[in-house]
Design a protein around this ligand. Structure first.
Ligand SMILES: *Cc1c(COP(=O)(O)O)cnc(C)c1O
Length: 383
């Protein structure tokens, strides 16, 4: 740790890497007010446009009036509320697994689950592009952390075959957050079965978006499901709420109740959030039109972007990264868009590999065709 924090901050500033908070003054949506100015935003994970949905707000308010906000205790004392329980049951049924456990955030779920299942004599096999919370969880577990090249299942299989770890756990994002491509889940399931490993799927960007009813990545998997499958959905993205749930077999969930420290040693989330998430589940199930609209917007963007000098990465999800390459150009494009009232931050190293700075366009069912045209026109003007 640097001893002189002011000097460390000055160095970040010189290197163009200083991060600062911006203040959002509006609700989340296609248009947001940031630091006093309205922008057309392509920077949220609110893929279905549910974050400010009035029915979800009503459900939360009703629960808050009935039960208050604070639950006053952790789940194993008196904090496990009927609304948490109702949500866990509804969620497990929706994703087609036996049981579920609700966590306050996806980050806490990843830390809690992975450190409960693995320790010093075990091995974690992780896609190199996994989310930071999965990297941190693997480090905290003390297990060997073997990172395979992105989506390279031949490399993964060699590592699995060579391992004599007591417990093997394969961990992957389902939709990769900075690239928008997806993991090859059916093949991962076969590898897990073949090598007697657990498979942990972090569906933060897939839940609500993928599958006919928005049930996420598992919609595309052959049933019956593998008994060592662990599924994570987060509710701060497409679901438009907050929190996360892990689903799997009943023994897995009961084990986590006894072992997952980020679930045991923390105050349960306000029941109003579980009420909001229950309402969001209903809207997701009934959200076919939102998903169709999103697919149409994705097609339109990919068509329009062909005229740009920078390629879109190969993605069929709402995450559509425009590969700019050089940090300065990415930053300048982002600044020029902001001057025109369009919010689209540049993603630079170390978040992405050196030389792959990009504009991560994130689409939402709340966007219109005209919004996408406006973005593409602005990019073309600067090309
Ligand atoms: C956002 C995200 C998380 C963290 O979820 P939170 O609920 O925001 O803490 C975990 N994994 C992935 C892949 C994510 O994109």
């Amino acid at each position: 740790m640097p001893t002189d924090l002011t000097a460390a901050l000055a160095r970040l500033q010189e290197d163009g890497l200083l991060r600062q908070r911006r203040i959002t003054e509006s609700a989340q949506g296609a248009r947001v007010v940031i630091d006093g100015r309205e922008y057309l935003s392509f920077a949220s994970n609110d893929y279905l446009g549910l974050a400010a949905h009035p029915d979800i707000a009503d459900a939360a308010c009703e629960a808050a009036r009935k039960f208050g906000i604070g639950v006053g205790a952790s789940h194993l004392l008196t904090g496990h509320h009927a609304l948490h329980d109702a949500f866990e049951t509804a969620f497990a049924r929706f994703v087609g697994l036996e049981s579920a456990l609700l966590f306050s955030t996806g980050y806490m779920a990843n830390l809690g689950v992975i450190t409960s299942l693995t320790g010093r004599h075990d091995a974690i096999f992780a896609d190199r592009l996994n989310h930071a919370s999965l990297v941190d969880a693997a480090r905290l577990s003390g297990a060997d952390h073997l990172r395979y090249p992105h989506n390279d299942l031949a490399d993964l299989e060699r590592r699995l075959a060579a391992s004599n770890a007591a417990t093997k756990l394969i961990v992957t994002d389902t939709v990769f957050s900075m690239d928008g491509d997806t993991a090859r889940v059916p093949e991962l399931l076969s590898l897990a079965e073949k090598y007697d490993a657990w498979l942990y799927l972090d569906d933060a960007h897939g839940f609500g978006v993928l599958g006919e009813h928005g049930q996420g990545i598992l919609a595309s998997c052959p049933l019956p499901l593998f008994h060592r499958l662990i599924y994570l959905a987060t509710f701060g993205k497409a679901a438009g709420v907050a929190g996360a749930a892990v689903a799997g077999s009943t023994p897995l969930i009961e084990y986590l109740v006894n072992r997952a420290r980020t679930w045991i040693y923390t105050t349960a989330q306000p029941p109003m959030l579980a009420a909001a998430a229950l309402k969001s589940l209903e809207l997701i199930v009934a959200g076919g039109a939102r998903r169709d609209r999103l697919a149409m917007l994705i097609m339109h963007l990919r068509e329009r972007a062909r005229r740009l000098p920078w390629p879109l990465l190969d993605s069929s999800t709402p995450i559509q990264p425009l590969m700019v390459g050089d940090n300065t150009t990415a930053l300048r494009l982002s600044q020029q868009l902001a001057e025109r009232g369009i919010w689209l931050p540049a993603i630079r190293p170390p978040t992405v590999p050196e030389g792959t700075a990009r504009l991560r366009i994130s689409l939402s069912a709340a966007h219109s065709l005209e919004d996408i045209d406006r973005l593409c026109d602005a990019l073309e003007a600067w090309a």
